[in-house]
Design a protein around this ligand. Structure first.
Ligand code: GDD
Length: 321
């Protein structure tokens, strides 16, 4: 039975990746942080199943800020594959909590790489990098060779981490991969990310539980895909014979406004009556035309994402309803 270790297992991607790996016969170990509230809702269906929890799914307490705890788990579990998904992931918030963002995202990755480098049998390692490393890209769409020009602390931290993955891969000959992930969504998306916020609000307004929706820049554009496709890509990237970086993206740009119109139409509402602009939600530095070219992942991994934003939004609104 192959063994995987996932940091960030309680998040959207961690939960879908866990399901995917369990379906492939893996033993899945997850790193969880001790917090005052138990945030395990996305794993509850697995956690509550005695055939799975404690057998093929095992959770361990550790923290990216606590290298001793990480080292202990990596030595004990001796995984074949590590999927590093953890870290503060809200771009707007990274301006408010810059130090802790950089510590978890950048230094957290460095700590894992330093531990892995010392292991007698180093695992294959997937780093969830982000399209935010490109910020103001010189090229549209971006590919694996596009230079990194981040425009916020989160993007800068991801660029640092992605750069180290490349350096450690070359210098130490380790199997380390950056998956450069563009936005990917699902009903399990965190509530403060824009697609989930919109879909939640459309459903709640239609059921009389909310009055209106406040948004920042609705002309902002993103390349949004289905999270389940992206976790499949993570696994495929670690099965490839050589460690290489891969872009995972749909290649299609949409505006936040497109998501608003799609979501309110599924909920049977006229969006113009309910959507308001809130200046406090505007970001000082918006990235520009972040849209990815995933041709390499398609050619080498056979990876192809769904591209239908309407279907994605429908799934999310219906889940809220
Ligand atoms: N969150 C949020 N809330 N975003 C808003 C709002 C709002 O009320 N109104 C407009 N937006 C705009 C943001 O300014 C941004 O341009 C866009 O909606 C998407 O914002 P998010 O959903 O917060 O995602 P993100 O693109 O900043 O970051 C996500 O994707 C990255 C990959 O490209 C996160 O998942 C990152 O962790 C990830 O790396």
């Amino acid at each position: 039975m192959p063994t995987a270790l996932i940091t960030g297992i309680t998040g959207q991607d961690g939960s879908y990746l866990t399901e995917h790996l369990l379906s492939l016969g893996y033993a899945v170990h997850g790193v969880v942080r001790r917090t005052s509230t138990l945030e395990r809702s996305r794993l509850r269906h697995l956690y509550g199943d005695p055939q799975i929890y404690g057998r093929s799914l095992i959770l361990h307490y550790a923290d990216l800020e606590d290298p001793t705890s990480l080292r202990r788990i990596l030595v004990k579990v001796a995984p074949d594959e590590v999927y590093h998904l953890a870290g503060q992931s809200h771009v707007g918030l990274s301006f408010e909590i810059a130090e802790s963002t950089v510590d978890s995202v950048a230094m957290g990755t460095l700590r894992l790489l330093e531990i892995i480098r010392d292991l007698p049998k180093p695992p294959r390692f997937f780093h969830a990098a982000s399209s935010e490393i490109f910020g103001r890209p010189a090229q549209v769409p971006q590919d694996e060779a596009t230079p990194m020009v981040p425009v916020n602390p989160y993007g800068a931290a991801k660029a640092f981490a992605a750069g180290l993955v490349r350096i450690y891969r070359e210098k130490h000959g380790l199997f380390l991969v950056n998956g450069i992930l563009y936005n990917h969504e699902s009903p399990r998306r965190g509530e403060n990310f824009v697609t989930r916020k919109i879909c939640r609000a459309a459903a709640a307004i239609s059921q009389g539980r909310q009055e209106f929706l406040q948004l920042g820049d609705t002309s902002a554009q993103r390349d949004w895909g289905d999270a389940r496709d992206y976790v499949r890509g993570m696994w495929l990237a670690l099965q490839h014979p050589q460690p290489e970086d891969f872009i995972f993206a749909t290649g299609v740009l949409h505006t936040v406004q497109d998501v608003v119109e799609a979501a309110f139409s599924v909920a049977g509402l006229d969006w113009q009556k309910y959507v308001r602009r809130d200046e406090r939600l505007l970001r000082s530095q918006e990235p520009f035309a972040l849209v990815g070219n995933a041709a390499k992942a398609e050619r080498l991994l056979g990876w192809r994402p769904g591209k239908d934003l309407q279907a994605l939004v429908r799934w999310m609104v219906e889940a809220e309803l």
